[in-house]
Design a protein around this ligand. Structure first.
Ligand SMILES: N[C@@H](CCC(=O)N[C@@H](CS)C(=O)NCC(=O)O)C(=O)O
Length: 208
């Protein structure tokens, strides 16, 4: 399987999940700063994802899977004993999907593109930061009542996604000071060997 990724982006989430699940991934970097969008092997990324964004996962038979929230569940289901996702059809799985949807729509898409493009202006950025703060307050209260992970006692793909998005907080100037449970969760996820491995691997490939 091949993951199309860009360093420092949301594609870190499926990368972490694959390592946690013990799934060997081939990596292909996409330069998301340029149009036309080409990959490190010179391939036209529009042929992989017409929407041009990462991540995309190419299966061995050539099937392409799009959307990070679907990709992480696909990877987790390949390793059901990993605990990365509760069984399909269970209520716990719906709770996981609820968190994935929340992270994608309420956090990920509030950070990006708004906080990475100064040209959108301070008003748009202030709105985005205040929405993120309100959503993090929800996460903080949830963790206080049933953490340490989003689904309770077990690390899941939702935690990998949350970590990935909130790792942008410094550069996006999102203040996490008021959210100690969130910060503790990020610190514990950041110390996981799979997370270190994914980040190091992307950094090493970036320099190569
Ligand atoms: N809905 C997509 C969004 C992915 C996304 O926003 N990817 C960003 C990086 S975090 C990207 O590739 N941006 C470049 C672009 O949109 O052209 C998903 O969740 O997989």
């Amino acid at each position: 399987m091949k993951l199309y990724y860009a360093t420092g982006t949301c594609s870190l989430s499926p990368h972490i999940v694959a390592i946690e699940a013990g799934i060997a991934l081939e990596l292909e970097r996409v330069d998301i700063r340029k149009i036309p969008r080409v990959t490190e092997t010179g391939a036209d990324y529009a042929q992989v994802n017409p929407n041009l964004y990462v991540p995309a996962l190419a299966l061995y038979d050539g099937t392409i899977l799009l959307e990070g929230t679907a990709i992480v569940q696909y990877l987790a289901d390949l390793a059901p004993d990993s605990g990365l996702a509760p069984p399909p059809g269970s209520l716990a799985r719906v709770r996981l999907q609820s968190w994935l949807g929340f992270i994608a729509t309420e956090l990920h898409k509030a950070f990006s593109p708004w906080l990475f493009h100064p040209e959108y202006g301070t008003q748009a950025q202030d709105v985005a930061r205040s929405r993120i703060a309100a959503r993090l307050d929800h996460v903080e209260r949830h963790l206080a009542s049933g953490g340490p992970y989003l689904l309770g006692g077990t690390f899941t793909v939702a935690d990998a996604y949350l970590y990935t998005i909130l790792s942008w907080s410094d550069v996006a100037r999102v203040d996490l000071e008021s959210f100690p449970k969130v910060r503790a969760l990020l610190a514990s996820i950041g110390a996981r060997p799979a997370v270190r491995e994914a980040i190091d691997r992307e950094a090493t490939r970036q320099q190569a």
